[in-house]
Design a binder for this molecule. Structure first.
Ligand code: SF4
Ligand code: SF4
Length: 78
């Protein structure tokens, strides 16, 4: 059986992402909270940028809406 390759997923622009700015009190990434599929994680803890497990991203784009810094974009692979 052949698995169809994924064409779109969410990607973080680390030049725009800053957890200290978007949540000065707790440093919790709003996109992490928004992702019901739990595929964004702050691996290095609060106040650090998250990573997206792109292979598991479902393409719902909830994280894009949640990020106040507009640091997450849809990435398309052609
Ligand atoms: S992805 Fe967006 S919400 Fe998450 S830490 Fe970065 S700027 Fe903040
Ligand atoms: S697009 Fe959806 S599944 Fe993918 S990282 Fe964002 S919130 Fe999670």
């Amino acid at each position: 059986m052949q698995v169809q390759s994924k064409k779109t997923f969410a990607a973080i622009d680390y030049g725009m992402c800053d957890a200290k700015n978007c949540d000065p009190d707790n440093g919790v990434c709003a996109a992490v909270l928004a992702c019901t599929h739990k595929v964004i994680k702050q691996m290095d803890g609060a106040f650090e940028s998250p990573i997206i497990f792109q292979d598991l991203c479902m393409g719902c784009w909830d994280c894009i809406e949640a990020c106040p810094a507009h640091a997450i974009q849809i990435k398309r692979v052609t």
